[in-house]
Design a protein around this ligand. Structure first.
Ligand SMILES: NC(=O)c1ccc[n+]([C@@H]2O[C@H](COP(=O)([O-])OP(=O)(O)OC[C@H]3O[C@@H](n4cnc5c(N)ncnc54)[C@H](OP(=O)(O)O)[C@@H]3O)[C@@H](O)[C@H]2O)c1
Length: 247
């Protein structure tokens, strides 16, 4: 995976931070995108550089379709190629169904679903030209299990599975794979800040008996990016300690 170029959205902290660290440690040049937390971004880049990794930082709000195109253009202008696109940026705020405002719905769809489409649309032409590419979408177990307090988020993440499979079909003969990794309950700021869902209650439902670590999701993403994962496309890979099996 050395000398490849990756764009990881939300690649500066949480699960995306672990993805950036893992890819950079394997010799991939990583463009890590974030929107707000420049301090976390700087810390992540410094950490990667101290261990010999090559990471650049790119600020963009992926809820804006124009910003998605701009982000891909920025990476192509800097590195001249793009091999891996990891659509990891995501956000959730919890509401009961009667409290979901129009803006809540639109923001969840924009960040968690539309962004992945517009970024992928911009990234595919150079991947097609080079005859190689990997797109990995980061979904959520909410897409499979549902949540009464994450309705727009659950809808967006379920849409991401449909997006994954449709785009996978569109580019399957061009050396490009498109897959979806589905994290369960992972220990990050996102899962710690939920309004109604208590991570301790969720842990009781997990067959593995514990929440996951960002590094465990990063391993699955790196596996799907690997050139040797060439025959895996349209796949939905849960990384959830068995949570989505129910029971
Ligand atoms: N943690 C879990 O339990 C869990 C479970 C299932 C699925 N997931 C999914 O895994 C992915 C990563 O989650 P996480 O737990 O690592 O979240 P996190 O710790 O909150 O980190 C989110 C990252 O996404 C970026 N981001 C958020 N909104 C953005 C926007 N509008 N434009 C650009 N970047 C944006 C953030 O940038 P800033 O740092 O600048 O804010 C940050 O880098 C998400 O797609 C999430 O839905 C997480």
């Amino acid at each position: 995976m050395a000398d490849r170029v990756a764009l990881v959205t939300g690649g500066t902290r949480g699960i995306g931070g672990a993805i950036t660290e893992r890819l950079a440690a394997a010799g991939t040049v990583v463009a890590a995108a974030f929107t707000r937390d420049a301090t976390a971004a700087d810390q992540l880049r410094d950490r990667c550089q101290r261990s010999g990794g090559q990471v650049s930082l790119h600020q963009a709000d992926v809820a804006d379709p124009d910003a998605c195109g701009g982000l891909v253009s920025e990476v192509l202008a800097r590195y001249g190629r793009l091999d891996y696109l990891v659509n990891n940026a995501g956000a959730v705020s919890e509401q009961r169904y009667g409290d979901v405002a129009t803006a809540d719905w639109q923001r969840h769809i924009a960040v968690n679903l539309s962004a992945a489409f517009f970024l992928t649309q911009a990234a595919l032409p150079p991947m097609v030209d080079q005859g190689f590419g990997r797109v990995v979408n980061v979904g959520s177990v909410t897409a499979l299990m549902g949540s009464p307090v994450q309705i727009p988020y659950g809808a967006a993440k379920a849409g991401l599975i449909g997006l994954t499979r449709s785009v996978a079909r569109a580019v399957a003969r061009k050396g490009i794979t498109v897959n979806c990794v589905i994290p369960g309950s992972i220990d990050t700021e996102l899962s710690q800040a939920l309004r109604y869902t208590d991570p301790a209650r969720v842990t009781e439902l997990i067959p593995a008996g514990r929440g996951g670590r960002p590094e465990e999701v990063a391993y699955a993403v790196a596996f799907l990016c690997d050139p040797q994962s060439s025959y895996i496309t349209g796949a939905v890979l849960t990384v959830d300690g068995g949570l989505s099996m129910g029971g």
